[in-house]
Design a protein around this ligand. Structure first.
Ligand SMILES: NC(=O)c1ccc[n+]([C@@H]2O[C@H](COP(=O)([O-])OP(=O)(O)OC[C@H]3O[C@@H](n4cnc5c(N)ncnc54)[C@H](O)[C@@H]3O)[C@@H](O)[C@H]2O)c1
Length: 431
C-alpha cells in the first residue's frame, strides 16, 4: 500500500512517523520548503516528545518532499492533514483542504482513497466526494479518520490511541483502512477500531473536543464559585474525579483552554449548529466562560495595584500547555497584550517557545531563557503554563529576586502552605 500524508504539522508528521513505525512506507508532503528541508535533515520542526527519535529510527521508511504532483500520482492512499483554522465568523475554513483536493484531482492518474484527518464539519467528507468525482475519469473515495492526539503526548496518543475512528461510504475503502491500521489493533498496541459512517466519524471529533472544552469551562466556573465561598477547587476536583462517571481528567481549574483545537472547534460546532437552526447553548456558555477566564489574573492585578503603568511584570510560560512549542490561541497573548496596553514592562520566559514568541512580539517585550533573570526586580509574576521548570522552581527565589514577591498563578502550580511559608503574596484559581 503506497501512502502519502499531506501537511506535516502536528497531526500530519506524527501520523506519518507512526505509520512508518507500524511498517508502512510513507511519503510526507508539505508546501513549506523550509519545513521539508528541516525534515530531510531528520530534524523535527516541532517540539513533540519522542518524535525526532522515531523519525531517525524510520528514516528509510519516510520520504519528505514538496513535490505533490509526483506524490499524488504515485500513492494510492492520501492522508490529508492540513489546517482547518477559524474564519472571522467562527466557522471552519476549509480552503486548505479544497486546495489539496484540487491538486490531487489534477495529478492523480488512478483511483485513490483520500483520508481526511483534518477536523471538518459534519457532511464535509460527502461534499468533498461529490466535488472530487465531478467530471473526473478517476474515482476518489473519501474516508473520515479524525485525529484525537494531544500535543505534548502526540506519539504516545497515536501508538496507544484511545480509539481509531474510521468513517467510510464504500466497501473497498473500509477494507483498505482496516488493513492499514491492523498492526495498531493487535498486540502490543490493542487500539480499539471503530468503523462507522463518515458523518458519525466527523461528529465524534467535534462532540469529543467540545465535551472536553465544556468540562474545562465547567470546572473553571466551579473554581470561581470556590473563590467566593472559601472552598478549595483542588479538593473539590480531586473528590469529583473519584466518581468514575466524571473521571479525573480535564478537571484542572486555570485561566482557560487554548491551543489550535478547542477554541476553533467549539466555535465551529456552535456556528455549524446555528446554520442548522439549532442553538448549542452548552457550548455557547463554554466559549463565553473561557473568554472571561483568560482575564482572571489581570482583573486581580488591577484590584491589587492602583495602576499597572511601568510595573515590571514577569510572564512565566507562553505556550497553551506544557510539552509543546505551540502558541496558537495561548492565553499568554491576551495577558501580554493587555499588560502592554497598560504600559507595563513585560519580561517573558518559556523553556521552548521563546523564539516563536519573539517572531511575533519583536521588541515589545524582554526575552529570557531562565526564570531567575525573568523575575529579577519585578513587581509581580503571571504564571501561564505549568512547565516543570516553573512548578519545580525554588519558591525562596521569588522573595530573593523580585522587587515585591507577588504571584498570580493561572495554573495552580504551588502548594498553598509552601507559598505561605515562603512569604509570597499569591493568587491562584479557585483556592
Ligand atoms: N494539533 C492538534 O493537536 C490536532 C489534534 C487533532 C486534530 N487536529 C486537526 O488536524 C488538522 C491539522 O492540524 P495541525 O495542528 O497539524 O496543523 P498545522 O498547522 O500544524 O499543520 C498543517 C500543515 O499543512 C501544510 N499545508 C498547508 N497547505 C498545504 C498543501 N496544499 N499541501 C501540503 N501541505 C500543506 C502547512 O504548511 C502545515 O505544515 C486541523 O484540522 C486540526 O484541527 C489537530
Amino acid at each position: 500500500m503506497k501512502i502519502a500524508v499531506t501537511g506535516t504539522g502536528y497531526v500530519g508528521l506524527v501520523t506519518a512517523v507512526c505509520l512508518a513505525k507500524i511498517g508502512h512506507k510513507v511519503t510526507c508532503i508539505d508546501i513549506d520548503d523550509e519545513k521539508i528541508e528541516t525534515l530531510k535533515e531528520l530534524k523535527c520542526p516541532i517540539y513533540e516528545e519522542g518524535l525526532q527519535e522515531l523519525m531517525q529510527e524510520h528514516q528509510n521508511d519516510i520520504i519528505y518532499t514538496t513535490d505533490y504532483k509526483k506524490s499524488y500520482k504515485e500513492n494510492d492512499v492520501i492522508f490529508v492533514c492540513v489546517g482547518t483554522p477559524e474564519r472571522e465568523d467562527g466557522t471552519a475554513n476549509l480552503n486548505y483542504i479544497y486546495k489539496v483536493c484540487d491538486e490531487i484531482k489534477e495529478y492523480s492518474k488512478s483511483d485513490k482513497v483520500i483520508v481526511i484527518k483534518s477536523t471538518v464539519p459534519i457532511g464535509t467528507n460527502k461534499e468533498i466526494q461529490k466535488y472530487m468525482n465531478k467530471d473526473s475519469d478517476t474515482t476518489f473515495n473519501i474516508v473520515s479518520n479524525p485525529e484525537f492526539l494531544s500535543q505534548g503526548t502526540a506519539v504516545k496518543d497515536t501508538l496507544n490511541a484511545s480509539r481509531i475512528v474510521v468513517g467510510t461510504n464504500d466497501k473497498n475503502s473500509k477494507k483498505i483502512m482496516e488493513e492499514l491500521y491492523k498492526p495498531l489493533t493487535k498486540p502490543p498496541y490493542n487500539v480499539p477500531y471503530l468503523s462507522m459512517s463518515r458523518e458519525s466519524a466527523e461528529m465524534v471529533k467535534y462532540a469529543s473536543n467540545n465535551f472536553l472544552a465544556l468540562k474545562i469551562s465547567y470546572i473553571n466556573e466551579i473554581a470561581n464559585i470556590c473563590e467566593k465561598t472559601g472552598a478549595n477547587i483542588d479538593d473539590v476536583a480531586l473528590s469529583m474525579g473519584y466518581d468514575q462517571r466524571i473521571g479525573k481528567q480535564f478537571l484542572k481549574a486555570g485561566i482557560g483552554y487554548g491551543g489550535s483545537c478547542f477554541p476553533k472547534d467549539t466555535k465551529a460546532l456552535y456556528h455549524f449548529c446555528k446554520d442548522l437552526g439549532y442553538k448549542l447553548q452548552t457550548i455557547e456558555a463554554a466559549i463565553d466562560i473561557n473568554i472571561l477566564q483568560r482575564q482572571k489574573l489581570i482583573e486581580q492585578a488591577k484590584k491589587d495595584f492602583e495602576s499597572l503603568e511601568n510595573k515590571k511584570v514577569a510572564i512565566l510560560g507562553l505556550t497553551f500547555k506544557p510539552g509543546t512549542d505551540d502558541l496558537r490561541e495561548s492565553p499568554a497573548f491576551d495577558n501580554v497584550d493587555i499588560l502592554l496596553d497598560y504600559n507595563a514592562i513585560v519580561n517573558v520566559y518559556d523553556p521552548v517557545a521563546i523564539d516563536k514568541f519573539k517572531a511575533i512580539y519583536k521588541n515589545k517585550v524582554n526575552y529570557y531563557h531562565d526564570i531567575d533573570n525573568t523575575i529579577k526586580d519585578c513587581d509581580f509574576v503571571f504564571i501561564m503554563t505549568e512547565w516543570q521548570e516553573i512548578v519545580g522552581y525554588d519558591l525562596n527565589k521569588y522573595k530573593e529576586l523580585m522587587k515585591t514577591p507577588i504571584i498570580y498563578d493561572g495554573r495552580n502550580c504551588y502548594d498553598l502552605e509552601k507559598i505561605k511559608e515562603a512569604g509570597i503574596k499569591y493568587y491562584s484559581i479557585g483556592r
